[in-house]
Design a protein around this ligand. Structure first.
Ligand SMILES: [Zn+2]
Length: 190
């Protein structure tokens, strides 16, 4: 073997080794990345605040399931949504009506059947004063779960309000309640 051949052979061996090391590195990088992804997944598990959890507990079980999914998805999307009002008794509804805070009397609001909730977002701040465009990303998620948005009400802009009617007008819900068609205080929705 002359000197030229030796050098060529050495370069060839070095190249193969280099490729192998590179390939191995890539594999190691991939494994590390996978481990990191796993960690991130655990960290981003959504835990709701105590106030929202407490309000969720006051809602109709069927509504509650979708409400929780909606709020958790909104939080995953970066909107720190929390509940400010949920179930409301007829008595409380009448008091709010008397105070001029709502047009609905006891029995006329979906809140009275555990089928409505009011929400805000604290990060970023989104509330009653926010316009339709600001609410849009949250409303988009709500619609996925079948919620009717108070921002669309012709009776008055109520963007914090989200309800589900399950095809039943509040007069029908009242009739069912009065007829005793209820379980644990909530109208049977089937
Ligand atoms: Zn409301």
């Amino acid at each position: 073997m002359n000197k030229g051949t030796k050098i060529t052979l050495a370069v060839a061996i070095a190249s193969v080794a280099g490729v192998l090391i590179f390939w191995k590195r890539k594999e190691i990088t991939y494994v590390v990345k996978k481990a990191v992804d796993k960690t991130v997944k655990v960290v981003t598990e959504i835990v709701l605040d105590a106030q929202t959890e407490a309000y969720l507990d006051t809602l109709h079980p069927k509504f509650r399931r979708d409400a929780e999914k909606f709020i958790k998805e909104a939080r995953k999307e970066g909107h720190y949504v929390y509940i400010t009002s949920a179930f409301r008794s007829f008595k409380k509804q009448n008091a709010l009506n008397k105070a001029g805070k709502t047009g609905a009397k006891g029995g006329q609001s979906y809140h009275n059947y555990g089928l409505a909730m009011d929400i805000n977002s604290s990060r970023p701040t989104i509330n009653m004063k926010s316009d339709k465009a600001t609410w849009a990303p949250i409303v988009k998620i709500a619609r996925k779960y079948g919620f009717t948005w108070g921002g669309d009400f012709s009776t008055g802009y109520d963007p914090v309000h989200f309800e589900k009617r399950y095809g039943l007008h509040h007069t029908k819900l009242l009739a069912m309640k009065n007829a005793g068609d209820v379980t644990d205080g909530f109208v049977n929705l089937g």
